[in-house]
Design a protein around this ligand. Structure first.
Ligand code: PBG
Ligand code: ZN
Length: 324
């Protein structure tokens, strides 16, 4: 046999495989999501998302401290169980749960923790849409105004970064302007710029109690058939002042992560969403797959596709169980 090219030489043992590895993951890449609710001593398992809980502020602090010790220092907060209204005003109210959680985290851990807040009103509206409903339609500009108030309330509470997930037009620019004109020019903004109307959000909507009561989100979230439009959305949000661009979901959209990464000059995040997480957890519980290997294969795929940042419910397992 006369074979000149033998790619197997670079795979011969773990040392050389590690040396030539083209994709490297580390704990700095991960953001861990939390669902925060009112009350005391609450640790409520979310049925659809094994291993994920609703926390009240006190239990959130205890859990976050454990995570910090393991190296998870970037948290993404979702508010749950707030009083709902037609106009979603509790999203920025005085007694809102997310600003209170931000303050508590910052009081307890200061600059050791980086607090990111989800900015969207679907968990705060009776109809469950991500904006203001008017004759059955989500009105763009009045929704944007509401979202700017919510983002400002989070920034005032001390959030390091706000992350609008609503998919209204022009909200990144409007939020950026509101933050700046109120003295929060240092508060960062991660845009859910490319968010598809996806069935993979199912378990999350149970967790956040944020399902639309009527209709769906297809008139504001993106059509899964579109890739060029993803680039359009991403470039618009960079122009409007986004510091980080997110693609969501992740697994079924690896091509989009790659295309966005090639087009923008800001960091790209991907959101490994609830449905992706629950499928893995349930398949693992049924003994069908090897959970650590499947999880890390998925994480590697995100990074290889171009994600600089990974938002995932697996983050705690990954660092605490030494899967990296
Ligand atoms: C709310 C929001 C959703 C997710 C993050 N923010 C759900 C939705 O748009 O219906 C999904 C997160 C997940 O599935 O893990 N706008
Ligand atoms: Zn929403």
């Amino acid at each position: 046999m006369n074979i000149t090219q033998r790619p197997r030489r670079n795979r011969r043992n773990a040392i050389i495989r590690n040396m030539v590895a083209e994709t490297r993951l580390n704990s700095d890449m991960f953001i861990y999501p939390y669902f925060v609710t009112h009350g005391n001593g609450v640790v409520n398992p979310i049925g659809a998302m094994p291993g994920v809980n609703h926390f009240s502020i006190d239990t959130l602090l205890t859990d976050a401290e454990k995570g910090l010790k393991a190296g998870i220092n970037k948290l993404l907060l979702f508010g749950v169980g707030e009083e709902k209204s037609e106009d979603g005003h509790t999203a920025h109210g005085e007694s809102s749960i997310v600003p209170a959680a931000v303050k508590a985290l910052k009081n307890a851990f200061g600059s050791d923790v980086y607090v990111i807040t989800d900015v969207c009103v679907c968990a705060y509206t009776t109809h469950g849409h991500c904006g203001i409903l008017h004759h059955g339609e989500v009105k763009n500009d009045s929704s944007v105004e509401l979202l700017t108030r919510m983002a400002l309330a989070h920034a005032q509470a001390g959030a390091d970064m706000v992350a609008p997930s609503d998919m209204m037009d022009g909200r990144v620019g409007a939020i950026r302007q509101t933050l700046d004109s109120n003295g929060f020019e240092h508060t960062a903004l991660m845009s859910y710029a490319v968010k598809f109307a996806s069935a993979y959000y199912g378990p999350f909507r149970e967790a956040a109690d944020s399902s639309p009561q009527q209709g769906d989100r297809k008139a504001y979230q993106m059509d899964p058939r579109n890739g060029n439009e993803a680039i359009r959305e991403a470039l618009l949000d960079v122009q409007e002042g986004a510091d980080i661009i997110m693609v969501k979901p992740a697994l079924a959209y690896l091509d989009i992560i790659r295309r966005v990464k090639d087009e923008v000059n800001v960091p790209v995040a991907c959101y490994n969403v609830s449905g992706e997480y629950s499928m893995v957890k349930n398949a693992a519980a049924a003994g069908l797959i090897d959970e650590p290997r499947i999880v890390m294969e998925n994480m590697t795929a995100f990074a290889r596709a171009g994600a600089d940042i990974i938002i995932t419910y697996h983050a705690r397992d990954i660092v605490e169980k030494g899967w990296l």
